[in-house]
Write a protein that binds this ligand. Structure first.
Ligand SMILES: NC(=O)c1ccc[n+]([C@@H]2O[C@H](COP(=O)([O-])OP(=O)(O)OC[C@H]3O[C@@H](n4cnc5c(N)ncnc54)[C@H](O)[C@@H]3O)[C@@H](O)[C@H]2O)c1
Length: 393
């Protein structure tokens, strides 16, 4: 990756977790499972592994038992969107620390199913954050993504709104829970990501598919990202967005060439590299911060703190409640239009939802900040076929 690997202040974390019950949501996923592995290796008092995916959680359970002597953990199958069930988890275990890594993360799928992005990514985060306040959780660490910065897709915008909610809670006086956000770019080898895809494609004899010649991304390894999540979680005093130094972005086409060469083959001779076109919601370049944020250093030179504008809890809370109440009522495009009204920097790219941005521009000229969703729906009708085609990606 052309930079030093990241090292961790392990003593600080060991000290922090030895008397803590830690709830990890999305525990069976790429990020959640590595956070769990590290917490168990640091001998946390108890780790609660919560996920809705039964088989991956079962596999992780077996892995932990095989790899550790008397590990202290519990497994919970539950959806973070089920408030009653999650409340029972808080009543039973009384977590001191929550790491929220449960999410729907695949950009093209969330373009096609925006209601699910809202229900899980915003709704699940709100349920967990609100219960954390109610149950006096000490720290709540939200796992965000660079896709939340100037989002170009529903997934990124859903994470941005979650960040805004978490920050508004942190700025709300009288709440003892410290709310911390960690934001980073792509993780090498995570579920459904480019490295396992290229590996499979090379094994199958090609072609290796790249969506654009110029597309580039920031990369970290899973252990590096999760080390930084833990460290940021422990150094956080509440309200920060921690941004990780990911080094320089890497061109995906160069990654493809390197992986083909590392397999002992010659790119575009033994294995073809095929450019397939940008996917819905996909940007050429990701950013780690938006223009309004200025960075402050921390004692770890790989972790920086973004300084942010104020978020009004009452306004954001009300907007999210209204949005979530509409998830099963509105058409997808109406929902996306509502999301755009709450997250103004959300501008769809390479997506059928981009038509909603055209509507916004027209409304702005007339001096109104609201979307006319009916107009948007009419405009969307001609694009239905495109939305259906998302499903095949
Ligand atoms: N993978 C990356 O490259 C990367 C980079 C930066 C940020 N992130 C962020 O980290 C988070 C996790 O990503 P990941 O790569 O581990 O994804 P993943 O798909 O591997 O894991 C997500 C986990 O969440 C679980 N989940 C989904 N909906 C749930 C629900 N309703 N209730 C309970 N569990 C549910 C899934 O079953 C899965 O195990 C995402 O928010 C993602 O944006 C990921």
């Amino acid at each position: 990756m052309g930079r030093d690997a990241i090292s961790l202040d392990k003593d600080k974390i060991k000290e922090g977790v030895k008397s803590a019950v830690v709830l990890v949501t999305g525990a069976a996923g790429s990020i959640g499972s590595e956070i769990v592995r590290q917490l168990i290796s640091f001998k946390a008092k108890q780790v609660i592994l919560l996920d809705q995916a039964e088989s991956p959680l079962y596999d992780l359970q077996n892995e932990i038992i095989a790899a550790n002597n008397n590990p202290s953990f519990e497994v919970v199958i539950a959806s973070v969107t089920n408030k009653k069930k999650i409340r029972r988890v808080f009543e039973k275990y009384h977590p001191n620390i929550v790491f929220n890594a449960a999410a729907y993360k695949h950009v093209p799928l969330m373009e096609a199913f925006p209601g699910e992005a809202l229900r899980v990514n915003i709704g699940g985060t709100k349920i967990l954050a609100d219960l954390s306040v109610e149950f006096g959780v000490e720290k709540f660490v939200f796992i965000s993504t660079d896709k939340a910065v100037n989002p170009s897709n529903v997934m990124g915008a859903s994470k941005r709104l979650s960040e805004m909610y978490i920050q508004s809670l942190a700025q709300n006086n009288g709440i003892s829970t410290k709310f911390i956000t960690t934001r980073f770019g792509n993780v090498l080898g995570s579920n459904g990501s480019v490295v396992p895809l290229f590996k499979k494609q090379i094994e199958a004899g090609g072609p290796v598919t790249v969506t654009h010649k110029e597309i580039e991304r920031f990369f970290m390894t899973i252990p590096e990202a999760c080390q930084l999540v833990l460290e940021a979680g422990f150094m956080g005093k509440g309200g920060e967005i921690f941004i990780f130094d990911m080094g320089d972005p890497i061109k995906i086409i160069n990654l493809a060439e390197k992986m083909i060469s590392l397999s002992g083959l010659v790119p575009n001779k033994d294995i073809e590299i095929k450019v397939t076109g940008l996917r819905p919601g996909e940007k050429l370049y990701e950013e780690l911060m938006n223009g309004k944020e200025e960075l402050q250093p921390t004692y770890n030179d790989k972790i920086m703190i973004g300084k942010f504008e104020e978020h009004n809890y009452l306004k954001i809370n009300w907007a999210i409640i209204k949005l979530l109440n509409l998830v099963d009522e509105l058409e997808d495009s109406e929902l996306v239009a509502q999301l755009k009204a709450i997250v103004p920097e959300f501008v769809s790219k390479n997506s059928a939802h981009a038509v909603l941005d055209e509507v916004k521009e027209r409304k702005d000229i007339n001096g109104s900040r609201l979307y006319n969703t009916r107009k948007a729906i009419l405009a969307m009708n001609g694009k239905r076929k495109k939305i259906a085609s998302f499903l095949t990606i």
